[in-house]
Ligand binder design. Structure first.
Ligand code: KIV
Ligand code: ZN
Length: 502
């Protein structure tokens, strides 16, 4: 019988620890729904005690997600465990993930706790967590820099106290694959009761080895991989889910004895949604989901791929829900063809009402663009998810020049009332942002600004991402349009709405 590898996705917890990423509860739920469709076994929805916003997000996800296990992180202390249990109250499959650091450096400088005190806390608090919820995951933070004999004691106590999954985090991304293999084998041979529980690994990518380390752990006997979509996460990020899954699938010859619950056709939609909502665009050459992952530039390669895609492609774009049939619909295409395309892109779950709304938007786009590509359709569907109903919305804008300087005339609705103002600036975007400041009588610091083409033609849709700050709080804003100024205004207003709703 094949061994099932469970996927524990922490995009909404460790992934959200990516600098400047902040998602609201609704956005987290959108991602959680896509993760459920993708087939992840466990969704780490947040760290319930860390803020009221995180608590609300864990609760919202727990109330709505039925197929995947929903998990909340908790330090190994009762108040964290209580907050997690409360947020998970209505979950169909709840899990509490408790952690405590175990390495010498953390014991001495962070926790100021002896080994015995740590073991005592595990006995007491894992048992307490177990009394609240049956499915308990225990993590030894910085496990990979912990003495292996102590780690055996730590995990043996956690299992005796009721943990059902024990997790080995390479918190600082320090280990190499050979070492990871040895470490996991050692735990399997020495931890008491390990045969009754899932053995998990959580790898960070500081040295670019998180995926290789996760695979080494699977070969050594791990049954759960912790990961994020697009590899987002603290510092250099976490193991990229899409890479591990596609390696297991593409190299079945090396991993013949494993099976996974992941529907690979949902990978690309998940990647796009996470990228859009977090504002973190993967680099174009990123494995599996990067913009160039299936593009062939040189003539020799193009010729080969046309003759037989397998000459230069080890995976098919369709395997991850990215159609190879890139030239798609035009303005004469009907709703039937549009629905077929959504199905092709792994979005056949959308309700009829949503399809009708997207079809209307597609028609408007088809009027502006010669070709509507798969990427455009995905952007429409995921871009919809980025909209926030807020106090401010764009009604109309016009850019002209006065005395050699760009001038923006902008009408926006604020709390239902239309207001117009005119401002100049260094460029059309600067002028528009100045006009917004005038209307609102408010100022924001623009910390970051990025414009990415969604497709590579001159009439392409652009995606603008901004990071705005006010009183030390930063918010990401996103907008898309075939007009770069409009995309930039929408992104700014999107960020302002998040800020006002904070
Ligand atoms: O990297 C880490 O150690 C973590 C733990 C909380 C699992 O994220
Ligand atoms: Zn981590």
């Amino acid at each position: 019988m094949k061994k099932q590898i469970k996927f524990f996705d922490t995009s909404l917890r460790d992934g959200e620890q990516t600098p400047r990423v902040n998602l609201n509860s609704e956005e987290k739920l959108k991602i959680a729904r896509q993760l459920e469709k993708l087939g992840v076994d466990v969704i780490e929805a947040g760290f319930a005690i860390s803020s009221p916003g995180d608590f609300a997000a864990v609760k919202l996800i727990a109330d709505n997600i039925k197929k995947s296990t929903v998990c909340s992180l908790a330090r190994l202390v009762k108040k964290d465990i209580d907050a997690s249990a409360e947020a998970l109250e209505n979950a169909a499959k709840p899990r509490i993930h408790v952690f405590i650091a175990t390495s010498p450096i953390h014991r001495e400088y962070k926790l100021k706790m002896s080994k015995e005190e740590i073991l005592q806390s595990i006995r007491e608090n894992v048992a307490y967590a177990k009394s609240r919820i049956d499915d308990i995951e225990f993590s030894a933070e910085d496990a990979s820099r912990t003495e292996k004999e102590f780690l055996v004691e730590v995990y043996s106590e956690a299992i005796a106290a009721g943990a059902t999954t024990i997790n080995y985090p390479d918190t600082v991304g320090y280990r190499t694959p050979d070492e990871m293999y040895e470490a996991i084998k050692y735990l399997q041979e020495h931890v008491k009761g390990i045969e009754k529980v899932d053995l998990s690994v959580h790898c960070h990518d500081d040295l670019g080895l998180s995926v290789a380390n996760s695979l080494a752990a699977i070969r050594a006997g791990a049954s759960q991989i912790e990961c994020t979509i697009n590899g987002i996460g603290e510092r250099a990020g976490n193991t990229a889910l899409e890479e591990v899954v596609m390696i297991l699938k593409t190299r079945k010859d090396l991993f013949p004895d494993y099976t996974v619950n992941i529907d690979t056709k949902q990978i690309y939609s998940a990647s796009r949604l996470v990228s859009l909502l977090t504002g973190i665009t993967p680099q174009p050459n990123k494995a599996v989901i990067g913009a160039n992952a299936f593009s062939h530039e040189s003539g020799v390669h193009q010729h080969g791929v046309l003759a037989n895609p397998e000459t230069y492609e080890i995976m098919k774009p369709e395997d991850i829900g990215r159609s190879s049939n890139t030239l798609v619909l035009g303005k004469l295409s009907g709703k039937h063809a549009f629905k077929d395309k959504l199905k092709d892109l792994g979005m056949d779950y959308l309700k009829e009402e949503k399809v009708t709304q997207l079809f209307e938007e597609f028609k408007k786009l088809a009027d502006k663009k010669k070709y509507v590509l798969d990427e455009d359709i995905l952007a429409l569907a995921t871009g919809e998810a980025a909209k926030v109903d807020g106090r401010v919305s764009l009604v109309h804008f016009e850019i002209s020049r006065s005395e050699g300087k760009p001038k923006a005339t902008l009408t926006i609705k604020v709390d239902g009332v239309e207001k117009t103002s005119i401002a100049s600036g260094d460029g059309p975007i600067d002028a528009s942002y100045n006009a917004i400041h005038k209307v609102l009588g408010d100022k924001f610091v623009l910390e970051e600004f990025r414009l990415d083409p969604i497709t590579g033609y001159s009439d392409a849709q652009a995606q603008a991402v901004v990071v705005i700050t006010q009183a030390d709080a930063s918010f990401v804003g996103r907008g898309q349009s075939t007009d770069v100024v409009e995309a930039s205004i929408k992104a700014y207003i999107n960020g302002i709405n998040r800020l006002y709703a904070r």
